[in-house]
Design a protein around this ligand. Sequence first.
Ligand code: ADP
Ligand code: MG
Length: 268
Amino acid sequence: MNSPFAYGSNVLSFCPQLSLLMTEPAFGNGSPAVSSILRLRGLTKTYREGESDRAVLDDLEATIDEGEFVVLMGRSGSGKSTLLNLVSGIDLPTSGTVEIGETDLTTLSETERTLFRRTHIGFIFQSFNLISTLTVAENILLPLELSGIRSGQAEEQALSILERVGLGDRGDSFPDRLSGGEQQRVAVARALAADPLLILADEPTGNLDYETGRQVLTILTDLVTDLGKTLLVATHDRMLLDRCDRVVTLHGGTIHDGAPDFLESSSA
Ligand code: ADP
Ligand code: MG
C-alpha cells in the first residue's frame, strides 16, 4: 500500500527518547471549567547587559480566554518572541507565573515543560522548523504520536488536517521539496493536528512574500476559527486586525490594549 503514512507508526523510532515523556496532562480532572486559558502574572524577563540587568518584560499581566484570537504587535525588539517563548515554556521567566489551563509552567521541571508543550501547545515559527529528515506526513504524525494518540487515529487526524491546509497529496514529500508557503502550511497543520489548548505563532509570515503570507494567514485563521481554537499570533500584518478578537501591543515591557501608534501614523 502506497500510503503517505506507511512509516507513520514508526515515527517515534526516529526519536525514541521522546516516548519517555508521554504522561497524562497535569490539569482537568473534573475541576470546574475555566474560561481563561492563559494567565500571565507579574511576568518579568531580564537579560544581563554588561554590568546591569535589562528588563525586556517588566511585571507584565495578561489573560487570554478560551477560543480567543489575539494579535500581538510591537516594534522589533519589544519582546514578542521572548513573551511567546515564555508562554510555550521554551524559556523561563526571571519572575512571575505562566498559567495555562490549571498548570503553572514555572513550577514544572524542564522535562515536564517539554512534555506539556508537545501535548498542549502548537507553535508556528517564522522559519517553519520542519524536521528535514521526515516526510510531510511524518512531521505531522510526530506530535500526534507523542501525545499518545493511537497510530490509526493519528494517521486519520494527520491526513484530515493536511487536506485542510490544501496539501493532502504531499504527505510523501520531504520539506525541502516544498515552497516556503507550503512548508508553513505544513507547520500550521502540525501545530493544529494534536488538538492543542493553545496555538502560538511568532511572525509566521516573516519569511514569506506578501501574497504567500496572506494565503498562509487565511488558512491559519480560517482553521483556528472553524475549530474554535485559542490563538496568540505575533505579526506585523494588518490583515489580521480585521479578523482577530483583540489586538494588544507590547511596549515598555508590558501589554497595552489596541494596535500600536506607529501603525496608525503610517496608515494612509
Ligand atoms: P521581538 O520578537 O519583539 O523582536 P525579542 O523578544 O526577540 O523581540 O527581543 C527583545 C529584546 O530582548 C531585544 O532587545 C533582544 O536583543 C533581547 N534578547 C532576546 N533574547 C536575548 C538573549 N537570549 N540574551 C540577551 N538578550 C536577548
Ligand atoms: Mg521576534
